[in-house]
Write a protein that binds this ligand. Structure first.
Ligand SMILES: Nc1ncnc2c1ncn2[C@@H]1O[C@H](COP(=O)(O)OP(=O)(O)O)[C@@H](O)[C@H]1O
Ligand SMILES: [Mg+2]
Length: 248
């Protein structure tokens, strides 16, 4: 079982969009996939029309075992299940803080899903917290959407500094350009500069109204607009990531 996360210190950069598309594409490719929505806002649960069971709170998720498995719901898509978010997830950090081995609890909890799934996709809330550190530990690959602007570049560099300062493996981080505007001078220059410094994914996800419509359609862009350029970019991103995950 592999674990991939979408993560950024910044909000509104494309984490949930990417997690939803990737989870769906992996399931389409025949992988038994579980999308775990860690953000109390519950956007990826919303995309797949899944609500948490009553009492399925942050404590149940972190307990692992049957407590975690009991919260999993089927989606409308073959091979794709969702562990939906609960509003109590806003207390993750307080909960984690009171636990032993507080940075590896998520990884241990997810072991419960090992036999049932080939891939777990984690959709994370923004910020850099104890929950984020759990995600850094649990994930084999961390996808970081970077909007090609100086402010996003700055938060990307903050993340690199955090990894360096805490001795975390930088090779887990895989950034990619999200919401890119090919005609913008700032976007073009930022992409060129960052590509020289780091291994960004080849594919660039454009700013696109087709992708924005996911919230209205409540399904991946590749389902309702498969021939549009934005959907092709999302599909290419998923292919690139799944290939990377499959590499030894
Ligand atoms: N490539 C894109 N083009 C246009 N809108 C996008 C794109 N990616 C995401 N969005 C929109 O931007 C908003 C934030 O995206 P989301 O994936 O929820 O970000 P995050 O999870 O990082 O907060 C949503 O309304 C989403 O529909
Ligand atoms: Mg989100």
């Amino acid at each position: 079982m592999k674990v991939v996360a979408t993560y950024s210190i910044k909000g509104g950069v494309g984490k949930t969009t990417t997690a939803a598309n990737l989870a769906w594409a992996a399931a389409q490719a025949g992988q038994r996939t579980l999308l775990v929505d860690l953000d109390p806002q519950g956007a990826s649960s919303f995309y797949f029309r899944v609500r948490p069971r009553k009492g399925q709170k942050s404590k149940e998720l972190l307990k692992g075992g049957d407590s975690l498995l009991g919260g999993i719901r089927a989606s409308d898509h073959d091979g794709l299940d969702v562990l939906p978010a609960h509003l109590s997830y806003r207390h993750f950090d307080v909960l984690l803080d009171g636990m032993k081995k507080s940075r590896s609890r998520l990884r241990r909890a997810l072991e419960a899903a090992q036999d049932d799934y080939d891939l777990i996709v984690l959709d994370a809330p923004p910020n850099i917290t104890l929950l984020s550190e759990n995600l850094f530990d649990a994930a084999d690959l961390i996808l970081v959407p970077v909007i090609p602007t100086p402010l996003s570049e700055r938060t990307w560099n903050q993340l690199l500094t955090f990894f360096a300062d805490h001795g975390l493996p930088r090779k887990k981080l895989r950034p990619f350009f999200s919401m890119a505007q090919p005609r913008s001078r700032i976007h073009k220059q930022t992409m060129a500069r960052l590509r020289q410094e780091d291994r960004f994914l080849d594919v660039v996800v454009p700013q696109s109204a087709d992708i924005e419509r996911m919230a209205e359609r409540r399904e991946p862009v590749m389902v309702y607009a498969p021939t549009r350029d934005a959907a092709k970019a999302c599909r290419a991103l998923c292919t690139e990531v799944l290939r990377e995950l499959a590499a030894p």
